[in-house]
Design a protein around this ligand. Structure first.
Ligand SMILES: NC(=O)c1ccc[n+]([C@@H]2O[C@H](COP(=O)([O-])OP(=O)(O)OC[C@H]3O[C@@H](n4cnc5c(N)ncnc54)[C@H](OP(=O)(O)O)[C@@H]3O)[C@@H](O)[C@H]2O)c1
Length: 312
């Protein structure tokens, strides 16, 4: 059994459930918050019970009950939050300020990983409205963590493949087109696509690694640094067919964005920074960061040809 005891908050969520799985697989004693607010959400309860069957401990705690959060974090060494942050689904990033308060009061936590798992918010000070709310909220949480002197690791996971690769980064779909495809600009700026299971694996690897203490861990495995055009090329090879391509100018993209409802504008606005600015790859990782595939070369990360094969 690995040494650190780990509490996962948001353990039934999209990335949270994978983090629970990775945590158990890497031999950590795993605790998961079970919120009373789950009420009649039978699927979530069943998922929690299946984690319990696999050896996890379920801990009753609520964001509306400070003492319950303190008691929960007192049981562990590491806290990982995977609470929601996708506006068209649910977003509760600022709720984590309550978790930070609890960790501060408990005083025993050796590492906190807040819910990040995307673009590095510290690099998004220039982001467009209204999408910048995601980065601003995550920075508010970072500020609280650092002011409370809580040891942390921030996971900059780049693009979840289920959202961005499966769709070939088309807006409003999660499945790859078979005839026509839209490209942002010339489709040549590099992004980074990550299998969500690998995001979870790298996250758990980092939790008690002194090299990631008070740093950002960027998930940037070299073979997954791909442009949208290259990703489309991989798909075309898999289905043995060339797609009709339409290139969207930045101006047209921004005009379309303005016509969308608020929740979509938040998420789709991030596409601008990713695909027209190249914000995921236009910088070197400095001394406040580490790159995951360099630290953990033993992880055989999923390449995008393998990831996309299931969609054929
Ligand atoms: N890089 C990417 O491409 C990408 C894509 C999507 C998301 N993300 C990031 O990943 C992180 C997690 O997002 P996700 O999509 O995995 O989240 P999610 O599945 O939408 O939700 C995760 C969990 O948040 C908790 N939650 C939601 N509403 C809550 C509320 N009102 N009160 C308390 N808890 C609440 C729930 O925990 P319970 O388990 O307790 O019910 C839920 O399971 C976010 O920071 C997001 O920005 C990144």
């Amino acid at each position: 059994m690995a040494e650190s005891k780990v509490l996962i908050v948001g353990g039934t969520g999209y990335i949270g459930r994978r983090i629970v799985k990775a945590c158990l697989a890497q031999g950590h004693e795993t605790y998961i918050v079970q919120r009373p607010e789950l009420g009649l959400q039978i699927e979530k309860l069943q998922m929690l019970l299946s984690f319990k069957k696999q050896g996890a401990h379920l801990v009753q705690a609520s964001f509306s009950d400070h003492q319950s959060l303190v008691d929960a974090v007192k049981q562990v060494d590491v806290v990982i939050s995977a609470v929601s942050g996708v506006h068209f689904r649910s977003h509760s990033i600022l709720l984590q300020l309550k978790l930070v308060e609890a960790i501060k009061e408990a005083g025993n936590v050796k590492r906190f990983l807040p819910s990040e798992f995307g673009l590095d918010p510290a690099r998004m000070g220039h982001a467009l409205e209204p999408g910048r709310v995601t980065f601003d909220d995550k920075m508010t949480v970072r500020k609280a963590i650092e002011e409370a002197s809580i040891p942390y690791t921030y996971i900059s996971a780049n693009l979840f493949a289920g959202y961005f690769a499966g769709s070939l980064s088309q807006m409003g779909s999660f499945v790859p087109p078979r005839d026509k495809v839209h490209l942002f600009g010339d489709g040549n700026l590099k992004a980074v696509f990550m299998d969500e299971e690998d995001v979870a694996t790298y996250t758990i690897k980092a939790i008690d690694d002194p090299r990631t203490l008070n740093k950002t861990l960027y998930l940037r495995p070299p073979e997954n640094i791909l442009s949208q055009g290259e990703l489309i090329g991989i798909w075309e090879k898999l289905i043995g067919k060339e797609l009709d391509k339409t290139y969207i100018s930045a101006q047209d993209f921004l005009t379309t964005l303005k016509g969308m409802d608020y929740k979509l504008q938040v998420g789709i606005g991030h596409f601008y920074h990713i695909f027209y600015e190249g914000c995921l790859t236009d910088f070197e990782i400095g001394e406040k960061g580490e790159e995951a595939s360099k630290l953990y070369p033993e992880v055989n990360y999923t390449r995008m040809d393998e990831y996309l094969r299931i969609y054929v």
